[in-house]
Design a protein around this ligand. Structure first.
Ligand code: DX5
Ligand code: ZN
Length: 223
């Protein structure tokens, strides 16, 4: 059974394990799970679409046994349609793929929905909003990249974040707009004012010794 994407109207803080200690992932996830979060962001990189390699379905399947959080899976891979089923079977709840990776995004969204998952579309900082205009309303979430995908701990690109304003006009209030890259207590009020409601944070949480305090700082910055 898939977990439900939190409905619209709340701001969700979504820890990204990219900056966690990969040798102790289950413990790292348990540490943030006690902070009243509902979603966990899993960054999948293939060394082809992005210049880094992270985790795949086997690791997600193992993590699934340790966590009941909603697994928000961000595929930074060249052939999302080829691997979507493996990620769904491993325990992904949402599968987000990059518009730059496929000429038939609506087909990939349908495939993800048929697998029982929610679907997200994402775009790189330099990719125009027009590229996702048609597919975004078919999705459950739009992810706006505010860094160049591939690494944690990079600086927030405000010009990319401003796309949230236009995307919110396109999708209305019911589709989540997630933002990923350089999110911390300083940048949170900016992206929330643009219309984001789903805030991925890696370094700002797992880069801090006190993860609960780090999440609280981001939560306070939403208000
Ligand atoms: C970057 C990943 C992000 C990353 C964000 O390619 O998609 O999810 O973890 O990291 P921070 O929050 O450190 O910018
Ligand atoms: Zn990500």
């Amino acid at each position: 059974m898939k977990r439900e994407l939190p409905g619209p109207g709340t701001v969700e803080i979504v820890p990204s394990i990219l900056s966690a200690d990969f040798a102790r992932l289950a413990e790292e996830i348990a540490a943030v799970a006690s902070a009243d979060i509902r979603m966990l962001h899993l960054d999948v990189m293939d060394g082809h679409f992005v210049p880094n390699i992270t985790i795949g379905p086997p690791v997600i399947a193992k993590l699934r046994k340790h966590s009941d959080l909603f697994f928000d899976t961000h595929l930074m891979i060249s052939e999302p349609a080829r691997y979507a089923e493996a990620f769904a079977q491993a325990g992904a709840d949402n599968i987000t793929f990059h518009i730059e990776t496929t000429p038939a995004p609506a087909d990939v969204v349908k495939q993800i929905h048929d697998l029982g998952c929610t679907a997200g579309i994402t775009l790189n900082p330099e990719t125009p909003v027009t590229s996702i205009e048609k597919v975004a309303p078919l999705c459950d979430m739009v992810l706006v990249m505010t860094v160049h995908p591939g690494f944690g701990g990079q600086s927030f690109i405000d010009e990319a974040a401003r796309k949230i304003i236009t995307i919110r006009k396109i999708v209305g209030p019911d589709i989540r707009i997630e933002v990923d890259g350089g999110i911390d207590s300083q940048t949170t009020p900016i992206v929330v004012s643009y219309g984001a409601d789903t805030l991925v944070a890696g370094n700002a949480i797992f880069g801090k010794p006190d993860r609960l305090a780090a999440i609280a700082a981001i939560r306070n910055a939403c208000r």
